[in-house]
Design a protein around this ligand. Structure first.
Ligand code: FPP
Ligand code: MG
Ligand code: MG
Length: 379
């Protein structure tokens, strides 16, 4: 990844272009009914990182070797944020979430009906704006995004015991739920700029790997609440956990479309730095929420490779009393956190490699900087 800190901040690079787009979003989702209006606006008046619109703007500029994104590409950035917000409205209903970004979840304020319908409404507005751009291929790609996200949620909701134990299943689901939106948004930016198939493929691969790296770090952050984190508190040695055997080789992802693997062999790395220590307040959502929802993410699945005895706990989705604490203890004793970080690093490097075919520009540097930022974020 070169010398990431010398690269410009991706967010600073696009801020002048992004600010008016962000400000326009509440107007774009204006609705007659006050509850629908409030729910739809909710995400767009609370700030937030605007990670996805930033990516679309940077990808648009980088594909062209620099310069300003077109009006159509700027609109795409807004549409992508609307699809993302719609997915979160629905997700919080499905997950029975109490909070989102440090505030009450919309369904907790306005009820399930309004939350679901406002998600539908955002999708309708996003589709209309997209259709007006007059590029049927981009409409198709964004429909594919929604298709993938729904498929990813279904993979999660309907996982069999075998699926729950499979890293491959987990990574495929991660592609669908999280990375597809990023990958196909970056690709759509290239389509709107009428760039070559090579540039399209490069930006799609960039988004896919960055999205997977992003989610793997999210998995780690779920374990790092000050109140419960084994990384932040001296963790009590529970029971008699045997020393783990040497870990098997690094698992690489298999997400469609398949790519040649550039995985590096597994090497033992140091414990995560204190940057991983952040509270559930900083996250804006409860930590250990994945385990509490019955979800085994990458750290747990890596721990399983060293401690097969946690299989039954994973299959029963951590539902017995003490299961969450038990599995956290096993993960802490395993290389699960480090191997997750290492897999995220591997994907981040593959994202950076993918955009090597683009002409050098400040925007391409911004995309490269995101590859390292994604690994170092702590919220
Ligand atoms: C957050 O994941 C949710 C997603 C990444 C996607 C959710 C997708 C759907 C609900 C399908 C419907 C899609 C659309 C576009 C309407 P998480 O629950 O693992 O993480 P979080 O809640 O902690 O952010
Ligand atoms: Mg959720
Ligand atoms: Mg969810």
């Amino acid at each position: 990844l070169g010398a990431p800190l010398s690269l410009p901040s991706a967010f600073a690079l696009v801020e002048p272009r992004l600010a008016p787009l962000r400000e326009e979003l509440p107007t774009l989702v204006a609705a007659d009914h006050p509850a629908l209006h409030e729910a739809a606006r909710h995400f767009f008046t609370r700030g937030g990182k605007s990670f996805r619109p930033t990516l679309v703007l940077l990808a648009s500029a980088a594909a062209a070797g620099g310069g300003e994104p077109s009006a159509a590409q700027a609109r795409l950035a807004q549409v992508v944020e609307m699809i993302h917000a719609a997915s979160l409205l629905h997700d919080d209903v499905i997950d029975l979430a109490e909070t989102r970004r440090g505030a009450k979840a919309v369904h907790k304020m306005l009820g399930n009906k309004v939350a679901v319908l406002s998600g539908d409404f955002l999708l309708a507005r996003a589709t209309r704006l997209l259709a007006r751009l007059g590029d049927a291929e981009v409409v198709g790609l964004m429909a594919d995004v929604i298709d993938e996200m729904v498929a990813g949620e279904m993979m999660q909701a309907k996982a069999t015991p075998k699926d729950l134990l499979s890293m491959e299943h987990y990574l495929h689901k991660t592609y669908r739920k999280t990375a597809a939106l990023i990958a196909l948004s970056c690709e759509s930016a290239a389509v709107l700029g009428q760039h070559s198939a090579e540039v399209r493929a490069a930006l799609q691969a960039y988004g896919r790997h960055l999205g997977i790296a992003y989610q793997l770090i999210d998995d780690l952050l779920d374990f790092t609440s000050r109140s419960s984190s084994p990384l932040c508190l001296p963790s009590p040695r529970v029971q008699s956990i045997p020393s783990p055997p040497s870990p098997p080789p690094l698992h690489t992802t298999h997400c469609p479309p398949p790519l040649a693997s550039h995985a590096t062999p597994y090497t033992r790395c140091t414990r995560l730095p204190p940057a991983a220590a952040c509270s559930s307040d900083e996250l804006g959502k409860p930590a250990l929420s994945d385990l509490k929802q019955g979800l085994a993410t990458a750290p747990t699945l890596f721990a399983l490779q060293q401690f097969p005895q946690i299989e039954e706990v994973i299959v029963r989705r951590f539902s017995d009393e003490g299961d969450v604490a038990k599995v956290v203890e096993y993960i802490t004793q395993s290389d699960g956190f480090n191997r997750t970080k290492e897999l995220a690093t591997n994907h981040s490097q593959r994202a950076a490699q993918a955009i090597g075919v683009l002409p050098p520009s400040a925007s391409r540097d911004g995309l490269l900087r995101l590859c390292s930022d994604v690994l170092n974020r702590n919220a």
